[in-house]
Design a protein around this ligand. Structure first.
Ligand SMILES: [Zn+2]
Length: 335
């Protein structure tokens, strides 16, 4: 995005409020965007060009700023609402295109979290949590339900499919963990991936793991099950238990908010106009108990039935209440 604004590269999307039929609108937007980035110190050492490009501002962006989403969003806050919102909109639409392409090419960079699950649905109609008085644009809270689980039926047909295609290896199959976790053993399906020697693992509660396992790790931690019936019972039981409970069991410190190893979970995303409530979100996150919840995460999520796509900030479940309360308070002061 920065490179596009600095006209070092072509932007992958048409900037908000601009039209390809009217190149002037784009030029005007880029000029404003550059001035804004200079004003907040993201573009440094700016110089005003003479001659052919007379009046055109240029400068440089240091490498660490180039990849720092948090800093970009923070600096945006210092800008007037109009350019602030347009820059943010540009940012999210570029993000959406990049993630989409990366997914097709299978080279997804982890900077932005792409929420994926077997089933992703909107739990309720999106809630308007803030309306900007200047632009009339609103901030929405989307609550999704994700089911990451794999049923016994689909797990067994995955395995059968491999065998039918002649791609199976002798170590493919269902495994049981040698160790117990809070009184339970865990069940997995493992099969050799295309990178030979490494195994893909699929779990009843969370589906396929990103990380692949070596055969020796698999054999150290798990025991292969020869009885399909035993695998089925274990798998189905774990599928059921994990539906609403995290892997730490009932005594988990985070209680109902913990989603580690939980099959069905709620994901809250703030989308639409998010900059006016940025400060509120940052404050609520800073109070979170878990370190990973303190960091602002930009996520992209797509519903599985009607392919609605949202790019926004993820709000940990434990922080939703606080955010909503603080926002109501912000609104009262505005009135
Ligand atoms: Zn837990």
């Amino acid at each position: 995005m920065y490179r596009g604004i600095m006209e070092q590269e072509k932007l992958p999307v048409v900037p908000p409020g601009c039209s390809t039929d009217d190149p002037e609108t784009i030029k005007e937007f880029l000029t404003k965007a550059r001035a804004a980035l200079i004003a907040v110190g993201i573009v440094r050492d700016s110089v005003l060009a003479n001659g052919k490009d007379s009046g055109k501002l240029s400068g440089r962006i240091i490498d660490s700023d180039m990849h720092d989403v948090g800093r970009f969003l923070n600096r945006l806050l210092g800008l007037p609402p109009d350019i602030q919102n347009r820059l943010f909109e540009l940012f999210t639409s570029i993000l959406d295109v990049l993630v989409h392409n990366a997914r097709i090419e299978g080279t997804f960079d982890s900077g932005i979290v792409d929420m994926k699950a077997n089933s992703v649905e909107l739990l309720t109609t999106p809630k308007t949590v803030h309306v900007d008085q200047m632009s009339g644009a609103s901030t929405m809270l989307f609550t999704f339900t994700l089911d990451r689980g794999i049923t016994w039926e689909s797990a067994s047909s995955m395995l059968e499919g491999k065998r039918r295609d002649g791609l199976g290896s002798a170590s493919d199959g269902f495994y049981e963990s040698k160790r117990e976790w809070l009184g339970r053993r865990h069940f997995i399906l493992a099969f050799e991936s295309t990178a030979s020697g490494l195994f893909k693992t699929v779990r009843p509660a969370v589906g396929e793991s990103i990380r692949e396992m070596s055969l020796s790790e698999l054999k150290t931690k798990y025991r292969k099950l020869s009885s399909l019936e035993k695998a089925r019972t274990g798998w189905e039981d774990e599928y059921e238990v994990s539906s609403k409970q995290c892997m730490h069991g009932r005594k988990c410190k985070l209680g109902e908010y913990c989603t580690v190893g939980r099959r069905i979970q709620e994901v809250n995303v703030v989308g639409g106009l998010i900059l006016p409530i940025w400060g509120t979100i940052e404050k609520a996150l800073s109070k979170q108990a878990r370190q990973s919840h303190k960091r602002i995460r930009v996520i992209r999520i797509e519903t599985t039935t009607d392919n609605q796509r949202i790019v926004g900030l993820s709000i940990p479940n434990a922080a939703v209440e606080t955010v909503l309360q603080d926002l109501a308070w912000v609104q009262e002061i505005d009135d």
